[in-house]
Design a protein around this ligand. Structure first.
Ligand SMILES: NC(=O)c1ccc[n+]([C@@H]2O[C@H](COP(=O)([O-])OP(=O)(O)OC[C@H]3O[C@@H](n4cnc5c(N)ncnc54)[C@H](OP(=O)(O)O)[C@@H]3O)[C@@H](O)[C@H]2O)c1
Length: 251
């Protein structure tokens, strides 16, 4: 397939692109950077997904879109302006993609075009231990409201018949970056441990499993709507730190 990827320079994208290349897909990667570092065989498209531009013409030639763009939630303190950026970088990007796909929702063979779009388990808001599935209603904190708006922004594509899947992603574990790398440093110096009471629940997923899920969603005609992208069992922050301490041989 010819696949258009946004956010391909990020934690997940860096792992995903080589795997999709190995699968034989042609990849067009949108980035705001002038010369992003991409795996061999990927074509960089310069542009900002939050601003409609020439990149939408390239998107129009693709069978599928993997939409991973979004300001990193850990990049800065959550002041009003940054919170707006967190929202706009997700909602505006997704809306532009969805509107472009809606104009021509079918591939050349008549099958629907595909949009695999990131969302987050933050959709459900903070919760006590309880069973959660994709039918569970959204929470009502700031992150939940972002996720709701993020998923709703894809509606034009859904309504036009594009196959849209929203991956509600948990904390992505990768030893090369992201939240785990930040946690590892204090553990290395023997000062790692749970935060606060340690009772907070954490839904997580290994980056290799997330890449596998994106491949599955691209190739499976039944993959549509919300899909929880997490390991089946969440951990408390305390349980997570205990395991991390064991793995790193730290108390
Ligand atoms: N990592 C996690 O634990 C986690 C958990 C839940 C959900 N997610 C979601 O999954 C997606 C991928 O995660 P990730 O960890 O790979 O993200 P990431 O490393 O933060 O990278 C996301 C990419 O989005 C683009 N981007 C950043 N700020 C932007 C802005 N203001 N406007 C437009 N584009 C912007 C950047 O690409 P360019 O610089 O090349 O333009 C960046 O490489 C994100 O949407 C994230 O919210 C991640």
């Amino acid at each position: 397939m010819r696949i258009f990827v946004t956010g391909g320079t990020g934690l997940v994208g860096r792992r995903l692109l080589p795997v999709l290349r190995q699968d034989g897909h042609e990849l067009l990667v949108l980035s705001r950077q002038i010369s992003p570092t991409l795996p061999e065989g990927c074509r960089a498209i310069q542009g900002d997904p939050t601003i409609a531009g020439l990149w939408l013409t390239e998107l129009g030639t693709c069978d599928a879109v993997v939409n991973l763009a979004g300001e990193n939630v850990f990049a800065r303190r959550w002041r009003k302006r940054f919170k707006q950026q967190l929202l706009d970088s997700r909602v505006d990007s997704t809306r532009h993609i969805a509107e472009a796909l809606a104009k021509d929702p079918k591939r050349s063979d008549g099958s629907p075009r595909i949009m695999i779009s990131a969302s987050a388990v933050g959709y459900y808001g903070p919760r006590e231990r309880e069973e959660i599935d994709e039918e569970t209603p959204p929470g009502n904190d700031f992150l939940a409201s972002i996720c709701v708006a993020w998923e709703q922004a894809a509606r034009p594509a859904c309504e036009a018949g594009v196959r849209v899947a929203h991956l509600r992603i948990g904390m992505v574990l990768d030893d090369q970056g992201g939240g785990l790398q930040k946690l590892v440093t204090p553990f290395r110096w023997y000062i790692g441990g749970p935060v606060g009471s340690g009772e907070q629940w954490m839904s997580w997923i290994h980056v290799a499993d997330l890449v596998g899920l994106i491949r599955f969603a691209l190739g499976n005609p039944d993959a549509r709507g919300p899909i929880n992208a997490t390991a089946p069992e969440p951990l408390t922050n305390w349980g997570f730190c205990k395991t991390l301490g064991l793995v790193m041989r730290r108390p």
